[in-house]
Design a protein around this ligand. Structure first.
Ligand code: LER
Ligand code: MN
Length: 278
């Protein structure tokens, strides 16, 4: 079964993130997510040590919400931390935070930690940066695997990242690392910029057994249905390919953060039913 989630940030994140949804306190956000009919939330955290994790877990449980993923999306933007940061002290702190996100995911029974902009940019030679990234993610997978957590590496469009823009190159990289706990997160917004087909990138990752997670956002990063992307084709491909993971809304809070959450589920839930996948 495909389940629906949306990205929300936790209270310790030092800035409002551009692609997190829902307004209010953490308790209010998750109440709204449950009331809208979401199955879970994607927790965007920059420092789980600052959170009362028992309270987070019990609040979610009380509402019957799962945690689709613990996301690293706020690390670079709000905390200035990236895994390939040129300052080794910052890079080391970023790695410690990655381990903390993995622990937090394990505690919340989330199967995935996302790695998007958090990987950082190439420092000097691109090949050397990719080799460094492979070492870092391989070590993180060794830490994550016994905790029941997998890492989902996200191809990012060329304006947001210079390492791994397409699904094909990310899949090749993941295959080279060769760890069973490393797979892909495909974000439809990035697909729109970098790919030549709505469906082929998803099919390729599914056939390789490496599609661990998916982000939803239309071509204008508004809620699905507010732009040009053929979500019916994408959902059909996911269903036919036996995808059993989450779809998580990660998009601009337009027309406002609550409406964006409502518009997404109102569009995607019926579409999932239409492709007979819910
Ligand atoms: C950023 O555009 C994005 O898609 C996030 O998932 C990155 O971590
Ligand atoms: Mn994304």
């Amino acid at each position: 079964m495909i389940r629906l989630a949306l990205a929300i940030q936790t209270p310790e994140v030092p800035r409002i993130l551009p692609v997190a949804l829902l307004q209010g306190s953490f308790a209010e956000k998750i109440q709204k997510a449950a009331a809208l009919g979401y199955d879970g939330v994607e927790i965007v955290s920059t420092n789980p040590a600052e959170l009362d994790r028992d309270a987070v877990s019990s609040q979610l449980r009380a509402l019957g919400l799962g945690v689709s993923a613990v996301a690293s999306g706020g690390m670079a933007f709000a905390a200035g931390l990236t895994l390939l940061h040129p300052d080794p002290q910052v890079a080391s702190l970023a790695y410690q935070r990655l381990l903390a996100l993995i622990d937090f995911a394990c505690f919340l029974e989330a199967e995935v930690v996302t790695i998007g902009t958090f990987r950082g940019r190439a420092v000097g030679d691109k090949g050397a940066s990719l080799r460094k990234l492979a070492e870092i993610l391989s070590a993180a997978c060794e830490y994550a695997a016994p905790r029941g957590v997998r890492l989902a590496l996200e191809p990012l469009n060329r304006f947001e990242g210079d390492l791994l823009n397409t699904v094909a190159e990310t899949l090749e990289f993941v295959n080279q690392v060769g760890h069973r706990s490393l797979g892909l997160l495909i974000d439809s917004f990035h697909v729109n910029i970098e790919e030549s087909s709505w469906t082929q990138p998803y099919r390729m990752a599914l056939e390789a057994g490496r599609l661990f997670y998916a982000h939803l956002g239309d071509n204008n990063r508004r809620p699905p249905g507010e732009g040009l992307i053929d979500f019916k084709a994408i959902l059909t491909t996911l269903c036919e390919g036996g995808y059993q993971g989450w779809l998580s809304a990660e998009l601009l809070p337009l027309p406002d953060p609550d409406q964006a959450a409502r518009l997404t589920i109102e569009y995607i839930r019926p579409l999932l039913r239409a492709v007979s996948c819910d």
